[in-house]
Ligand binder design. Structure first.
Ligand SMILES: *Cc1c(COP(=O)(O)O)cnc(C)c1O
Length: 341
């Protein structure tokens, strides 16, 4: 076994097929024992529930090499729990938590030569997902499902330095008031595609979605939660039942409180108050936290005083502390790091 011959410093965020993936099928009310397979292709009915009615949920996490050469992943138990919540909301069977974690571990272990080396900035992105696989023409949940985990090496998120991005307030909604915004489902992404293409066409890197009921409160972007910093170094992060509970955001909140001694408020955040904040970041697995320099509200620019041109000091500190925990330079809270090898 030897590391694959990949130019680790220069891979982007694209799919690269690896050797093995984990598959378990659900039929007659039970999950089978599951197995690692080589075939990356899936053959299902043209009328599969996932293809007709988008009955599918997913997760995303990273495996990476620490400074002392261990291969680990970050809080996979929370991905397992979140996927159970997502599945329940779409009337899908739940894949048991312990089996989910084991499937992730096994997938990484059997693709270990694809785990980028320490210091490359690259990681192995792990994608567990589940879909309704049998033919369903009348609208109802499927009876058969597949749970699958594949992985793909991805490059460093911040290649050639971090530049705060400009985002726009979006006139489309990503979630309905009592809809599915809080679960990790492909359907939330399908409906965000037009909004993101439109944003890019107009020169913005992301969309800031407001709450769909009143359009007065900040929700999140298409794939990351917001975290703001006040003038007196308090962390403020939006609370809403239509945003996706980001594991990165929850971890950064713990880091802010327990490692940096910062005060944190998880509460409704009105759009009108964001001009009072001095830093803004987007939290998600891919970037950990990436800085927002400016929000464009239909032509009016709101700039974050301490984070327009470069990443602000508090977000930098949060990011360094969490990546330090992930990479093993800083002691992790109990249970945060799952060792593969
Ligand atoms: C996955 C996701 C996030 C980020 O969650 P992490 O667990 O931190 O990766 C945020 N918002 C949405 C809509 C997502 O799908």
């Amino acid at each position: 076994m030897a590391k694959k011959d990949i130019d680790w410093g220069n891979i982007g965020f694209g799919y690269m097929k690896t050797d093995k993936r984990y598959v378990s099928n659900y039929k007659d009310g039970a999950w089978d024992s599951g197995a690692m397979i080589s075939d990356d292709q899936i053959t299902i009915s043209e009328c599969a529930c996932v293809l007709q009615y988008a009955q599918t949920v997913f997760e995303g996490l990273k495996a990476y090499t620490t400074e002392d050469g261990r291969v680990v992943c970050f809080r996979p138990d929370l991905n397992a729990e979140r996927m159970m919540d997502s599945a329940a909301r779409l009337e899908m069977p739940q894949f048991p938590k312990e089996r989910f974690i084991e499937a992730v571990v096994q997938t990484v272990r059997e693709n270990i030569d694809y785990v980028p080396p320490y210091g490359s900035g690259a990681t192995l992105y792990v994608r567990p997902f589940m879909f309704g696989s049998n033919a369903v023409i009348g609208v109802k949940p499927a009876e058969e499902y597949q749970f699958r985990v594949f992985c793909t090496p991805v490059g460093p998120y911040f290649k050639g330095g971090v530049k705060p991005i400009t985002i726009r307030v979006c006139d489309f909604d990503r979630a309905a008031p009592h809809g599915t915004g809080h679960i990790k489902a492909g359907l939330n992404y399908a409906m965000s595609l037009h909004a993101i293409v439109d944003a890019h066409n107009k020169g913005f890197e992301e969309n800031m979605y407001l709450d769909p009921a009143t359009r007065t409160k900040v929700e999140e972007t298409g794939g990351a939660n917001f975290l703001f910093v006040t003038k007196d170094n308090k962390i403020v992060t939006p609370k809403s039942n239509s945003i996706l509970p980001s594991i990165t955001r929850r971890s950064l909140v713990s880091v802010a409180k327990d490692y940096l001694g910062l005060e944190v408020e998880e509460r409704e955040v009105f759009f009108d108050e964001i001009s009072d904040f001095v830093e803004c970041g987007l939290c998600g697995t891919a970037a950990v936290i990436s800085p927002v320099g400016c929000v464009n509200d239909h032509g009016r620019e709101i700039k974050f005083a301490n984070g327009c041109d470069e990443m602000g000091p508090i977000i930098t500190k949060l990011r360094e502390t969490l990546t330090g925990i992930q990479m093993g330079h800083i002691e992790a809270p109990e249970g945060w790091i799952k060792e593969i090898k």
